[in-house]
Structures are given as C-alpha cells and as structure tokens.
Design a protein around this ligand. Structure first.
Ligand SMILES: [Cu+2]
Length: 66
C-alpha cells in the first residue's frame, strides 16, 4: 500500500526526522519519504492508514487530507 499524508505543521528537519522515526518504528512499514517543502509524508507498507495517521498525530502533528 502507498499512502500520502499532508502534515502542515511540519516546518523543519527536526519535524521531518521526528515523523520519519515515529512512522518507521511502526510494524509493516517499507519506506517513509518526506517532502518538507510540500509538507507531504509518503509511506509505503502494509500498515493501515489509520495506524500511520495516529502515529503522526501522537508525535504531535496534525494530519490533513492530502
Ligand atoms: Cu520542526
């Protein structure tokens, strides 16, 4: 599965690394690619959309529909 999340509060490399680490630590994640300029988090893996979204929110960022 491929997902894309829009995370408008993601503003710097610190945010990027934080979200990268959080999402990568979930089970069934193949890759996490973050575009800081577009504030997009692209995720590949068998994890559910809901779990990934929740992980991003738990790390302190809101997710809007991409
Ligand atoms: Cu930041």
């Amino acid at each position: 599965m491929q997902y894309e999340f829009h995370v408008p509060d993601m503003t710097c490399n610190h945010c990027k690394m934080r979200i990268e680490n959080t999402v990568s630590s979930l089970e069934d994640i193949d890759s996490v690619n973050i575009n800081l300029d577009k504030k997009l988090v692209a995720v590949e893996g068998d994890a559910s959309e809901k779990d990934i979204r929740q992980a991003i929110q738990d790390s302190g960022y809101s997710v809007s529909n991409a």
